[in-house]
Ligand binder design. Structure first.
Ligand code: GYE
Length: 335
């Protein structure tokens, strides 16, 4: 009996010791691991388009793949939320801050605060008007080149026509670098021939709902359904700064059964739905803006964290999709 009791006590003690050791092990490992992990504070604009959603996914996926801890903030399209988020990253003492500036201006103060806290900052997707010494570098698209590509397609498409080409432009978020650049690149190229006239330019804030509204206002302002008209002038070409607005315009065109077979439709982003519309003959050209910035951003984050300077500007690679392509060669866009 006595032996049995002592055996039970030994077993119990053994089990207790085992539990204690495993508890201790879990606690120990994690703090150490977390300590080595880089912490990235990332401020995103919001989720206004399929492009933006894919951009966010790409960044979060890449952080995981690179074992970088990401503190992600969605600013719901408000600059003040971005300023708040960046200030919280400074308080949290992250290793690197990266943000997509919804507009170009108003970042100097918060960037100075980050600099004083010794935290390097990477500007992502859109550019800012701030002293370059306040941030380490830019990663994103070349909006001017995107605008040029859209215009080159139009110029080439109209090379055999001598008549005036009336253009409707749907631009994105006001005061954002991407709108300024896409507008500038496009105008730079069409300026070469005075037959190209932008007869109306309207801010659709990169939203499908706004694209639809712009279309509805144009269509319901006339009884004609043989094309789109602005102040009685027939629109020969549409230049839209992003697919969401383009798809919204197509919604209205379909809703009112407007015949836009002869209207040249050019869009920017290249999300799957717009590529589908291109294949269906509803669009003529889609200029790619590549949202997959995650992997490039993480390598820049690592570079900075180890004290290696990064390039002032890193552009992503982009292409152009047109009605002249062999669509069978297209691969799914993933957004
Ligand atoms: O074209 C649009 C998004 O900043 C390049 O923002 C980005 C633009 C993109 O809303 O779809």
């Amino acid at each position: 009996m006595k032996n049995l009791k002592s055996i039970i006590i030994i077993l119990l003690l053994g089990a207790l010791a085992g539990a204690l050791i495993s508890c201790k092990k879990k606690e120990t490992v994690e703090p150490e691991q977390t300590a080595d992990r880089l912490i990235l504070g990332f401020s995103q604009i919001g989720s206004e388009s399929a492009w933006r959603t894919r951009n966010t996914q790409s960044i979060i996926e890449a952080a995981e793949e690179n074992d970088i801890q990401i503190i992600f903030d969605d600013a719901q399209q408000k600059q003040e939320n971005q300023l708040k988020a960046i200030r919280s990253f400074i308080v949290y003492q992250v290793d690197v801050i990266a943000f997509v500036p919804i507009v170009e201006d108003g970042w100097d103060n918060v960037l100075t605060e980050a600099q004083e806290a010794g935290i390097p900052v990477i500007v992502v997707d859109r550019q800012i008007n701030a002293d370059q010494s306040l941030y380490a570098g830019f990663l994103g698209e070349n909006g001017i080149e995107e605008g040029r590509r859209a215009a080159h397609f139009l110029v080439n498409k109209c090379k055999n026509s001598n008549r005036t080409i009336n253009i409707l432009e749907m631009s994105g978020t006001e005061n954002s670098s991407v709108v300024r650049e896409r507008a500038k690149g496009f105008r730079e190229v069409i300026a070469g021939d005075s037959k190209f006239q932008i007869i109306h330019s309207e801010d659709g804030d990169f939203l499908r709902s706004r694209g639809k509204e712009i279309g509805e206002n144009l269509i319901t302002s006339t009884i004609r359904r043989d094309g789109l008209y602005y102040n009685g002038q027939k629109i020969d070409a549409v230049y839209s700064h992003n697919d969401s607005m383009t798809l919204g315009l197509l919604d209205s065109i379909e809703q009112y059964s407007v015949n836009t077979r002869n209207t040249i439709m050019i869009s920017v982003d290249a999300e799957q739905k717009s590529i589908d519309a291109l294949i269906e003959g509803k669009l003529n050209c889609v200029v790619e803006c590549n949202p997959n910035l995650g992997p490039m951003l993480m390598s820049l984050v690592k570079q900075i964290a180890e004290g290696t300077p990064i390039p002032r500007i890193t552009y992503n690679t982009e292409s152009v999709f047109t009605e002249d392509d062999d669509f069978s060669l297209y691969i799914p866009r993933g957004y």
